[in-house]
Structure formats: structure tokens, C-alpha cells
Design a protein around this ligand. Structure first.
Ligand code: DWN
Length: 413
């Protein structure tokens, strides 16, 4: 199955799915191309976003086979200092609450190159990564992080249990949104997690996505866009409760949720969850007109940015992109920004350098190209790391270079 169309909400199974945004057909966002494949026609898949009128989950209904998207994966979190600081903060917080010993086990679902588990390993606990990307599992294992190169589901959870035993902590950062069968996630976690274990998830928060026009984080890898009301409905079905919630700045605004198996007595944390769900309601997350307005804002941003870039090109300005991010490939494809506007994109990820972006086929070079070429403008496609990128490129800025930040609204700095 290359691609599947689902007709029911992946949390509540309702068929009342309201389509509010259509980003047209485009290639998968991390489908970078080697030079020799530039002439080969790319597979394009529908990218439309829906709102469930029953439970409120925002989601895609087109499911591209995860084997196609994740078997060989070029995204690694360790290219961003901000990301690594976030991981270290997560591990520190967990360590404050959990008494680890050498028999403790921490499992990370979607472990990528093992970056998060490397921090846990420093606390002398056993660690295990689970990630379908064979290339990244190899990197993780080389870094001393045992990794099962499989997709996480009920079946693989059972085999991991037999091989490694139950976990004290299971983490899942920026991965749950990538999994179609959310019920199996909780079935798998229930199988693998010790009775008093902790299940920690971290994902971009829909409240931030809507408030800050982050339409380009909508792509084939992200099947769900979470808010607390539908998420709470799901986890309670599997006997879990949220014992801690932290809003984070990472990735444009995320939320870190700590779950434990539900206890008889209700937790004091209920007030915080109720507060956040009320905040979601007050921000219109459970009113479908909010999403119509969101779609209109995307169109206005498209008009504003493409007009501005066209004006700059008319004045013979040289413009390049910064950050060959999945979100950047959504923006360039949906806004139809190609090599007639961006000469190239620079990126710090070795896996991406020398390749071409999916769809617009923009070449990707190492970051040091910026200072050599001194383009007039740099469009920061990885806007969620704008501060870190601008900080890194102070010399370019001092020599008169200018940055364009497109999201949440266009800024030239
Ligand atoms: O969920 C996902 C998020 C967490 O990461 C994955 N599905 C895919 C990925 O999305 P993304 O590619 O949009 O993520 P980033 O981390 O926003 O991409 C940033 C890009 O910018 C990376 O390719 C690295 C690059 N970068 C750089 O070139 N110089 C980043 C920094 C901080 C830099 O200084």
C-alpha cells in the first residue's frame, strides 16, 4: 500500500471530517533528490487538512506508507542547539522525578539518531531506541544506543517486551503525530510500560500552529495536529492520565505531556488540563470557522511573500534559503517558490547537502556558502530556529546581509 485514504477520525472514528485547507498534491517533505534523479518524475500525494467536528482532532486523511517516508530518513535533531537543550531539559526533569538505577530502562519511540537517549545514558540507565530509519539506527548504534529499527505498534511492542523487558520511562518526542494508528500507540505503551512508569510525549501544539499561521508544519509526515481535548479523550480510553503539562517554545510552540496510569484519586493536575482546554476553546480550536480563517491567512501570506520576492528579483536582488526543512519544502512548493527566486538553500545537515529539495528541486549546500556568496537576502525557511541561525550568521549580517522571516508574519531583519 503506497498511500491510503482514511475516512474516519483517527481518535474518535467519527466520519464528520471538515476539510479546511488544501495544499495541493506535492512530494513527501523529506524526499530530497540526488542529482541523477532530477529527471525522474516525483510521486506527489494529496496534502489536505481536516477538522473532526466530533472530537476536534485536526488531521490528514491521506496516509503515505511510513516505509516510504521513514525507512531512510534525512532529518536529525542534533543539528539544532535549541533542540539538544530541549532534550537535556527533558532528561533533567525526568531524573528529578524518577529514581533510576542500572536496571532501569528508558525507551524512546522515534529515537532518530539516539540524541535524546544519549542524555539518559549519562544517568547510567539502560536505554533502547525504536525507529524505522535504518540509516539513523546505524548512527545511533555507533553512538552506543541500542536501537530496534522498526515501526512502533502493538506487535513490535510485544516483541520488544520479550527481548528487553518493561520500561520505567517511555519517551516520544515529535513522533506520535507521524503514526496513523494512535490506538496502537497506547496499546504498545500499555504493554511496555511498568505499572508506575512514565510516558512522556512532546509534539507541536495546535494552539501555536493556528495562532502563528504555521501552515508549513502541515505535511505528509504529520498525520495529526494535537490539542488537549481530543488527546485527553484518547489517553483516557487506555487508562492513562496527564500528570504534567509544559508548553515549550521549540518547533514554533510545542507541548510536553507526562502521563501515568490513572489512579483512583483524581490528580491536582486536572485544574491545569481544564485551564488549557478552556484556553483552546477560547482560541476557537473547537469552532470550525477558526480553520476557515486560518486557510484565508495562508492565502494572504502566499500573496504577500510571493509579491515581495518578485519585487526583490525585479531589482536584481540575490536571494537564497536557509534551512532545508520539511516545512520549507511545503512553503516553497505551495507558494511556488523555485530556483527563479532562490538560487539555493543552505543547511547544516550532512545528509541533505548536495541533494535537491523535493518538488522545486532547489540545490542544498553547506551553510558556509552564505559568507562566500554574500546574497542580498536570506529567506529563513527554518523560521523556528531563526534566532540560532541569525546568531550564527552575524558576519553575514554585519556585511549588510538581510534575513526574511516568513512565519508567523513576514519580517525583514
Ligand atoms: O516532526 C518533525 C520535525 C520535528 O522535524 C519531523 N517530521 C521533520 C522535521 O521537520 P523540519 O525538517 O521542518 O525540522 P526542523 O528541525 O525545523 O528543520 C530545520 C532545518 O534547518 C534542518 O534541516 C537543519 C537546518 N538548520 C541549519 O541549517 N542551521 C538548523 C539550524 C538550527 C541551523 O543553525
Amino acid at each position: 500500500m503506497e498511500v491510503e485514504a482514511v475516512r474516519k477520525c483517527r481518535i474518535c472514528k467519527s466520519k464528520r471530517l471538515y476539510k479546511f485547507l488544501d495544499l495541493n498534491k506535492m512530494p513527501i517533505p523529506n524526499g530530497f533528490l540526488p542529482k541523477e534523479s532530477l529527471k525522474v518524475p516525483e510521486k506527489k500525494y494529496e496534502l489536505a487538512c481536516f477538522y473532526c467536528e466530533n472530537c476536534g482532532l485536526v488531521q490528514l486523511t491521506t496516509v503515505v506508507n511510513p516505509e516510504i517516508m521513514f525507512k531512510n530518513y534525512v532529518y536529525i535533531p542534533s543539528t539544532a542547539k535549541v533542540m539538544m537543550n530541549n532534550f537535556s531539559n527533558l532528561v533533567y526533569t525526568v531524573h528529578q522525578e524518577m529514581r533510576f538505577n542500572k536496571d532501569s530502562l528508558v525507551i524512546d519511540i522515534g529515537s532518530n539518531d539516539g540524541s535524546l537517549l544519549t542524555f539518559f545514558k549519562s544517568f547510567e540507565t539502560r536505554v533502547l531506541g525504536i525507529d524505522p530509519a535504518l540509516n539513523l539506527a546505524t548512527v545511533a548504534r555507533m553512538n552506543g544506543i541500542p536501537t530496534e529499527a522498526v515501526l512502533f505498534n502493538r506487535k513490535t511492542a510485544s516483541s520488544i517486551l520479550k527481548k528487553h523487558g518493561k520500561a520505567d520511562v517511555i519517551t516520544a518526542t515529535n513522533v506520535i503525530a507521524h503514526i496513523d494508528d494512535l490506538h496502537q500507540v497506547f496499546q504498545g505503551v500499555s504493554t511496555l510500560l511498568k505499572k508506575n512508569g512514565m510516558f512522556i510525549t512532546e509534539f507541536p501544539y495546535l494552539l501555536d500552529l493556528v495562532a502563528k499561521n504555521q501552515f508549513d508544519t502541515i505535511y505528509h509526515e504529520h498525520l495529526s495536529y494535537f490539542s488537549l481535548k481530543p488527546w485527553k479523550f484518547l489517553l483516557e480510553k487506555f487508562g492513562f492520565e496527564i500528570v504534567k503539562a509544559q508548553r515549550l517554545l521549540i518547533h514554533g510552540g510545542s507541548i510536553r505531556l507526562t502521563h501515568k496510569r490513572k489512579k483512583k484519586r483524581s490528580t491536582s493536575f486536572k485544574k491545569t488540563i481544564d485551564y488549557l482546554i478552556n484556553l483552546e476553546k477560547r482560541n476557537g480550536l473547537y469552532d470550525k470557522t477558526t480553520y476557515d480563517i486560518f486557510a484565508k491567512n495562508v492565502d494572504s501570506l502566499k500573496k504577500e511573500l510571493t509579491t515581495m520576492l518578485k519585487e526583490l528579483k525585479k531589482k536584481k536582488m540575490k536571494i537564497v534559503g536557509y534551512g532545508a526543512a520539511a516545512k520549507g519544502n511545503v512553503l516553497t512548493n505551495f507558494f511556488n517558490i523555485g530556483t527563479s527566486v532562490l538560487d539555493y538553500i543552505v543547511d547544516s545537515t550532512p545528509f541533505k547537502q548536495g541533494l535537491y529539495t523535493p518538488g522545486k528541486k532547489i540545490p542544498v549546500y553547506p551553510e558556509n556558502r552564505i559568507l562566500k556568496d554574500m546574497p542580498d537576502y536570506v529567506l529563513i525557511l527554518a523560521w523556528n530556529f531563526a534566532d540560532e541561525i541569525i546568531e550564527k550568521q552575524q558576519k553575514y549580517r554585519k556585511k549588510g546581509g538581510k534575513f526574511i522571516i516568513p512565519i508567523p508574519e513576514i519580517k525583514i531583519v
